[in-house]
Design a protein around this ligand. Sequence first.
Ligand SMILES: Cc1ncc(COP(=O)(O)O)c(C=O)c1O
Length: 407
Amino acid sequence: MSKLAIFGGEPIRKKPFQYLPDYDEKEEKAVMDVFRTRVLSGFHKSYRTGGPKVMEFEDKFSKYHNMNYAVAFNSGTAALHAGLVALGVTKGDEVIVPSYTFTATASSVLMCNAIPIFCDVNKDTFNVNTENIRSLITKKTKAIIPVHLVGNPCDMGPIIEIANEYNIKILEDCAQSPGAKYKGKLVGTIGDIGAFSFVETKNMVTGEGGMIITNNSDYNDICRLVRSHGEILVSGGRSYLSKILGWNYRMTEFEAAIGIEQLKKLESLNKYRILNTQYLDKGINFDGISKLKIPNQSYSVAHVCPLLFDENKVGVTRDVFLKALNAEGIEADKGYPHPLYMNPIFLNNDEGKYYKGMNPIAEDLCSKSAIWIRKIMYPNNFEDMQDIINGFTKVMENVDSLKSLEN
Ligand SMILES: Cc1ncc(COP(=O)(O)O)c(C=O)c1O
């Protein structure tokens, strides 16, 4: 047994893992073509639709999903916010969100002056616990945002059932899961609106960017208003009449041009992460470290490789295990460090509520059970994955020696 790097031994890996957005000369040409047209945005000419590349990206994105409408934004957060406005979420309304997700899922609710109601998640899927949703519904509940986290689709069946029963709208947060499927249906096409992010860490990227898809023409209209200062159209030019409160959430032509190329290869972009994850799944096989469940008939796009850590079985805490793993040069982390409701922006509420203990599973994942391996993306390959497996193996073989690090 070789000595663990944390105790001065040779680390398994000495070079850092890389992350490079996965694009090639096709995106480069698309960007240069835009550059030469000198249409960098196009919205000043066509306030509702944007420039030709934005229109083309929207058209292709909606067709890929077999939906009537798509509206591009300059971020996934903007897409979520506009989606909520379109669904009629306003002051005092309640929106049910999982507490184990990225801040924007819930802060977009605050942007509507509405109240995020935090729902716990399942330990073995990281996704919203559909059984808990019902108990959170009140007269004020307007919408629910299921988040297809880490590339894994939520169990949408029960969510749709509840939404129909109580007349609640569904905004799917697909930021981490473009191309994922639930029972053969692409995520984002199941609820009322689907929202996506193309920030450069996501499965398909435009640098910054987002999109909503919907079949509802009113939602499409409202999203377009929210995107551009709420300004209504008049024939013959700009109206400068703001009908509703809007922002500048517009996507540039460069981003749209990159998005068009990325969409063409979305399936292979996803496959890259899926193959690396499958390689890891085969090699990381230890008592106390398990994989998540992909619900039946679902297709995950492996945004990251998530694992569940059982400190009782392994014999040390997750954080000590990760410290030893990181010392071996292996990049893995604990994922979200706290449930969203522990963020100061949510703690600072009128009633002075302190939420600790509210969602025990989310707290368990954050404090001791979740491990995220993110470096499954391009250009990391099977050799890099093998280093990760070797790192896990070495730390597991020496796990008893880590007990001295527990306080
Ligand atoms: C689950 C989730 N929702 C929303 C967002 C927000 O997207 P963006 O960063 O493009 O605003 C992200 C990612 O950043 C995310 O992971």
